[in-house]
Structures are given as C-alpha cells and as structure tokens.
Design a protein around this ligand. Structure first.
Ligand SMILES: [Zn+2]
Length: 272
C-alpha cells in the first residue's frame, strides 16, 4: 500500500446490491478490513431507503437489522454479527477501547444492549470485533496502526472536531507501541460546496477552512480534519480522503442537510 495516494487507494465494491468503498491493500497486507457504505441494497423503505444502519432515526428496527446483516454478509463477516460494536454518538470527544464485555454493544437494533453511551470514537486491538459508526454528512474517520494492530472509527461533526476528537483519537493510536505507521482513511461527508454554517460554528475554526460567499460562509470540515490529523501523528502522505460530498449525492448517500428525515450510512473497521 505504501506509495499509493489519493482516491485510488479506495475501491468501490458492489456485492448483492450493497455498495462499499474499501481499501483492498489494507486487507491484503495486514488483514484489516474497512468499509464506507452507500445507501443501496438494504431492507428499509422511504425515507430510509434502503441500507439504513441506524436504529435512532425512526426506522423499523427489523429492517435496520436486516440491512446490517446484508452488509456484514456482503463483506464476508456475517459470522461476526453479534460482535458488531456501536456507539451512541453525541458530538463529543470521547473515544473508548472496545474489549471484553464492551464487545457487541448495540449490535442489534432489535436487541436489549444499547450502543456505548456518550461515545463518538471506538478503537480496538482485538481480532474479529467490527466497529461501526453512523453518518449522514458528518466526517467518518478510520484510523489504522497495522503494526500493533489497532483500528479506530471516529465520528467527526463540527462540534466533535471543535472538541478535538480527531486529534485525541489519533493520539491514542499513535501512543501504542509499534512502528510509526498510523494512517487515516476519511469517508464520504458533506463538502465545502454544500456546507453553509452559522457564526457559532465558525467561531471554532481557523479562517483558512472558511469560504465566504455572497450568501453565507461555507466550512471545509474535511480540511479541518486533515489538519488535525497532521498535527496528531498522521502526515498528509498517510491520509486518504475519499472526496465525495454526501449532500451532492443523495442517491448514493444519506444527507441530513439535504433530506432531513433520512437514514445513516456506516463506517466500519475490523481486524481479521
Ligand atoms: Zn456538495
């Protein structure tokens, strides 16, 4: 994987109608699977159609579970269904190591175990524990330390970025013993093109990330994430940004800005 850069490191794979953006080189070299999902190939009806992975948006939980099963089966990890681990996602800056009894939290929308409360980042050193967080415009960041091995999945909306979750998460993985090989993979999120923001948000960000238009300021949240990563142990050469705007592509992704009541796509990482 070394030496490859830009969106080319990602590959879009469609299996049984389920489309994901993955990084084949990570799996081939290190047995690490990552996936950023699209919204097709699932069980849910409008306005959640169809691969909605979220239980908190008003969708039928049975359809959510059916979609999660289709996703895991399509990427060959159906046997890990009950080890899938999820987080509440509160736009904060807490990241938790998933191990032992935390494994499987929130795995089933129809189940009794809730996702890990008050958490926006999950990481693990354990094999066979898929971590998944949910998105509809916010920035999904997958961090990988192949030499440990360790993986993290981080939910970075503007509040989380302002609270420092990206740098904090990169710091947690960077401190583990091993080679200097921390990499970041950034999935689909709302682009500067579509991300109008208000003054409360703007006050938290360097003006370098803001474009002033005739109508309103736009924030480049992806650039802010890239900058945080760079300052926290992930040089630009080990960052890969998918570069797809969710609000511009509502046929393939969920966008809260564009659609309001809608589903959530996922970012998943697992050590196999
Ligand atoms: Zn856009």
């Amino acid at each position: 994987m070394q030496g490859r850069s830009g969106p080319d490191v990602f590959e879009r794979v469609v299996r049984d109608g389920v489309a994901i953006h993955t990084v084949p080189g990570l799996f081939e070299s290190h047995g690490i699977g990552i996936a950023f999902t699209e919204r097709t190939g699932g069980a849910s009806k409008a306005p959640y159609d169809s691969l909605n992975l979220a239980q908190h948006v008003g969708d039928d939980p049975r359809n959510v579970d059916a979609s999660r099963e289709r996703l895991l089966a399509s990427i060959g990890i159906g046997v890990l269904r009950d080890r899938l681990t999820m987080a509440e996602q509160v736009h904060g800056s807490s990241i938790v190591e998933v191990t032992g009894s935390l494994t499987g939290a929130g795995a089933r929308a129809t189940g009794v175990r809730p996702p890990l409360p008050g958490v926006d980042g999950l990481w693990t050193r354990e094999q066979g524990v898929p971590l998944m967080l949910l998105f509809a415009d916010c920035v999904p960041v997958v961090l990988v330390r192949p030499s440990v091995p360790a993986v993290a999945v981080v939910h970075a909306g503007w509040k989380g970025v302002a609270a420092g979750i990206v740098g904090r998460s990169a710091g947690v993985l960077a401190e583990l013993a091993g080679e200097d090989d921390l990499s970041a993979f950034v999935g689909p999120h709302i682009g500067t093109c579509c991300y109008e923001v208000g003054q409360e948000c703007l006050s938290h960000f360097d003006s370098a990330f803001v474009t002033i238009t005739a109508v309103s300021p736009h924030l480049d949240l992806g650039a802010a994430v890239a900058s945080d990563l760079e300052r926290s142990g992930v040089p630009r050469g080990r960052q890969w940004h998918l570069g797809i705007c969710t609000a511009h592509n509502t046929d393939r992704f969920y966008s809260y800005r564009a659609n309001g009541l809608t589903g959530r796509h996922g970012a998943l990482a697992v050590i196999l």
